[in-house]
Design a protein around this ligand. Structure first.
Ligand SMILES: [Zn+2]
Ligand SMILES: [Zn+2]
Length: 845
């Protein structure tokens, strides 16, 4: 049964005495409504082409064992939007699942001897229970767990398809190795030379591994950064920088006396070529060996290489350290002016970037400038410095100098001219370079999806036969945490038959990076039980793309870039029609306490379970949404939590105390009195503000403030006597205000509002009601406040009806009690009325 009306049996309507306690009975209410929503299948999503869809998704959690306040915050945001959109008429998909492979499970196995699968599934059970207590509107029928072979089977199939198309490949490379995690890290997983997960220092290592060719999509990934207006600009900027596109030229520097040997260089500044005073090869550049003149030089090069090998890639690229270099005997020729220049090998040039060699232009490049100074090399300026310039290398604009045929041009014009010059002479080409590297997906770990290939002596690398998928991760394995892939020791796994020749073959023992699983889980949610493919095309076409994605800024590069890439690969495999997976992204800030991120080591953790037990899930949700705008860090404070609880109690007491009157009140309110009109305007202004704050700006905190003010107005209106107001008008206005409050508060604090809604006699769910619309007639302001000035000083204020004639306004202003003392003794020269704003009285001095 999906949604629809539901009449609770009379016995399920709890009886409450408003005076019985300080706190409303949140424990009973929350359990009751979680059960009823579940029984009704109220949040089950069913494709319905007649209704507009809204796919609301929070980044799925790693099942570490317990949810923390950061989880509460992001799921409260997601649930607010999901329930809000449902009430706005959308067919909402709001699923939840588990990013279940990964290192902590394996580390737990090593430390405590519990199998990663048992550890993971127990954690999932715990966390699911905790999430249910928060009352989030998930369609639990769509729960996805990535360590399930029924899940990873499909990414194994896609791996084979990518292999066939050259989008997955194997090569030897220098990798970032975390000695503590005993695994390879992607460049994105290295932060300031340290492992992103355990903070150990990362070291380089040569290793064979599998790669996804994300660089084939560099241009498209970059282009689409300009076509995602729903994403935060800072996330797009981080992605653009990560892709790091640079335009320039690639050309050869012939070796002096041996023109058949050439050093190929890439530069983004071909305009500076006349300032080239030396060139540099990466120490590991293959050309170096061919340039060595004698044994002495060979020994020097070998020693230098050994020295460089002790540094990590990150250290070599660091700006703030001396650059080591070795001058070799060979020299190269600058083709722009045929000048011979010295050649170095140096640690600041890396083989994996560009061509592994550079032309050095110390006048305009800071790293080259530092190296030139350290090695007493000449520096030639090729750009006119601005007046008063004192500095080292100059990378700004200006007119070219000391540059032959480029003299007098601007930097941009000289770049184009220099490239044309190279191309005309067949010496070089215009070239685009990227900082983005291919995605290394091999992990020497157990708890991941097996890579579905085998190694056969006869056939080489052979993909597993599709009908043998999934390649299931074996259960019996010894995990020591030391050495290479644990799967290599599982003979029953390693020794297999070659799918091609039937002979003996060895299985690949690396597993896939867990970022592969999180690159497509949003597609699996569209048809999680589908058995004939990764997802059912029609379901994916209906739900995709995700309309609102919500998750932490720490995923601005890694996960989000991989998911975008993987979606494009699936599109090009003709599996889905979308170009991008996520239309809009909201990156929420962290939850901090006492100035630091909540963490066990800092001892500042607030356990969501404790909070739910003592004050209720609705209070936890309300506080999370109210304490800060979502993109900002949320500073935890107990007073704020208490305040959220008090507010819900205040709403509770009002509704319970007046429930009988409210039930009996007329359903529509059409005020005839000034006080009634003003109150109804407050109600509808609140609707307009809350709707705009939620929908347009994600300013949930200001939307909640507006509802809090409405509740204050509600109490004040109820307390006032309103002698001139018909009783029916008063009751109808109160009812409209109370029901509006519950509807606006529903997506924020769903349990208490649903209960109060039922207490008002409604038999259908609050969440099957449409979101309230602001009545334009109620918003019309028919009274304005005018400031009255006498000789430029504010003396009074006048409340008048809009459209009052100017003469009458003048008379009212002059007769005003607080104006009279300032005009009584003096001659009024003129009275100026600025419509709806101001009355200015000018007297004769
Ligand atoms: Zn590590
Ligand atoms: Zn074979």
């Amino acid at each position: 049964m999906a949604g629809g009306d539901f009449t609770p049996p009379a016995s399920s309507l709890l009886k409450f005495d408003p005076m019985s306690s300080d706190r409303y009975p949140f424990r009973e209410i929350e359990a009751k409504w979680q059960r009823i929503w579940e029984e009704r299948g109220q949040f089950r999503a069913v494709e319905d082409p007649r209704r507009p869809k809204f796919y609301c998704l929070e980044m799925f959690p790693y099942p570490s064992g317990r949810i923390h306040m950061g989880h509460v915050r992001v799921y409260a945001i997601g649930d607010l939007l999901a329930r809000f959109k449902r009430m706005r008429g959308f067919n909402v998909l709001h699923p939840m699942g588990w990013d279940a492979f990964g290192l902590p499970a394996e580390n737990a196995a090593i430390e405590h001897g519990v199998h990663p699968a048992i550890w993971t599934y127990e954690n999932i059970d715990n966390m699911r229970g905790q999430l249910r207590k928060l009352g989030i509107s998930y369609d639990w029928d769509r729960e996805v767990t990535t360590c399930d072979p029924a899940y990873y089977k499909w990414e194994q199939l896609i791996f084979i398809r990518m292999l066939e198309r050259g989008l997955a490949y194997r090569r030897r490379s220098t990798v970032n190795w975390c000695p503590s995690c005993q695994t390879v890290l992607a460049n994105e997983q290295v932060e300031a030379g340290r492992c992103w997960r355990c903070d150990s220092e990362v070291t380089p290592r040569e290793i064979d591994g599998w790669f996804f060719k994300i660089t084939a999509y560099a241009d498209e990934l970059l282009e689409w950064c300009d076509k995602l207006p729903g994403w935060p600009e800072r996330v797009l900027t981080m992605q653009r920088n990560w892709i790091g596109r640079s335009e320039g030229a690639e050309f050869d520097l012939p070796v002096a006396g041996r023109p058949e040997l050439k050093v190929r260089v890439f530069t983004t500044r071909p305009d500076t070529a006349f300032g080239m005073t030396y060139a540099v090869l990466a120490p590991e550049h293959p050309l170096v060996d061919r340039l060595i003149a004698d044994e002495d030089e060979r020994r020097a090069v070998t020693a230098f290489r050994a020295e460089v090998a002790r540094q990590s890639e990150i250290e070599r690229l660091a700006a703030d350290r001396p650059k080591r270099g070795l001058r070799i005997s060979a020299r190269v020729v600058n083709p722009f002016n045929n000048v011979e220049i010295p050649l170095f090998i140096a640690d600041y040039v890396l083989m994996g970037y560009g061509t592994g060699s550079i032309m050095a232009v110390p006048g305009e490049d800071q790293r080259d400038w530092e190296f030139a100074k350290q090695h007493a090399l000449p520096i030639i300026e090729t750009v006119q410095r601005p007046p008063g310039w004192v500095g080292e290398a100059y990378s700004g604009d200006g007119l070219k100098i000391n540059s032959g045929f480029l003299d007098g041009l601007t930097v941009a014009a000289a770049k184009r001219r220099a490239i044309d010059w190279l191309v005309e002479r067949g010496l070089g080409v215009a070239k685009v370079n990227y900082r983005l590297r291919d995605w290394g997906i091999s992990r020497q770990r157990y708890w991941g999806a097996p890579i579905p290939v085998l190694y056969c002596d006869k056939d080489g690398v052979v993909p597993e036969d599709e009908k043998n998928l999934p390649v299931v991760l074996p259960r019996d394995v010894q995990l020591s945490g030391k050495g290479g892939s644990p799967l290599a020791d599982v003979a029953s796994f390693v020794n297999a038959r070659c799918p091609k020749c039937g002979g003996k073959a060895r299985r690949e023992t690396d597993t896939m990076d867990t970022f592969v699983e999180s690159s497509w889980y949003f597609l699996r949610y569209c048809s999680p039980h589908y058995e004939r493919g990764m997802f059912e095309r029609a379901a994916a076409e209906y739900w995709m793309p995700v309309d609102q994605y919500i998750g932490g800024i720490e995923h601005a590069v890694l996960h989000l870039l991989y998911a975008r890439f993987y979606t494009k690969v699936l599109r090009d495999l003709d599996m889905v029609a979308v170009d991008e997976p996520f239309t809009a992204l909201l990156s929420q800030g962290m939850v901090i306490k006492d100035g630091a991120k909540m963490s066990k080591s800092k001892g500042n953790v607030v356990d969501p379970d404790d909070l739910i037990r003592t004050l209720g899930a609705d209070t936890a949700r309300l506080f999370s949404l109210f304490a800060a705008p979502p993109e900002k860090d949320l500073d935890w404070n107990d007073h704020g939590v208490e305040g959220a609880s008090r507010f819900l109690n205040r709403v509770w007491r009002f509704v319970i105390a007046h429930a009988e009157d409210l039930k009996a009140a007329p359903a529509t309110a059409a005020p005839t009195t000034a006080a009634g009109t003003a109150f109804r305007r407050t109600v509808h202004e609140t609707i307009a503000k809350a709707t705009q704050d939620i929908e347009r700006d994600f300013h949930f905190n200001t939307a909640i403030s507006a509802v809090m003010e409405l509740v204050n107005a509600l109490y004040a209106f109820e307390a006032a006597s309103h002698d001139d107001m018909p009783a029916g008008e008063r009751a109808a206005l109160l009812r409209e205000a109370v029901e509006t409050t519950l509807l606006l508060l529903g997506p924020i604090a769903p349990h208490v509002t649903e209960e109060l809604w039922a207490q008002l006699g409604h038999t259908e769910s609050l969440f099957s009601r449409p979101w309230p619309e602001a009545d334009p007639a109620a918003l019309v302001k028919n009274e304005v406040t005018l400031v009255v000035q006498v000789d430029g000083k504010v003396r009074s204020r006048l409340n008048i009806t809009v459209g009052t004639p100017e003469e009458r306004i003048q008379r009212l202003a002059l007769a005003d009690d607080r104006v009279q003392p300032w005009v009584r003794e003096r001659a009024v020269e003129r009275v100026v009325v600025v419509a709806n704003r101001l009355v200015n009285i000018v007297t004769r001095a």
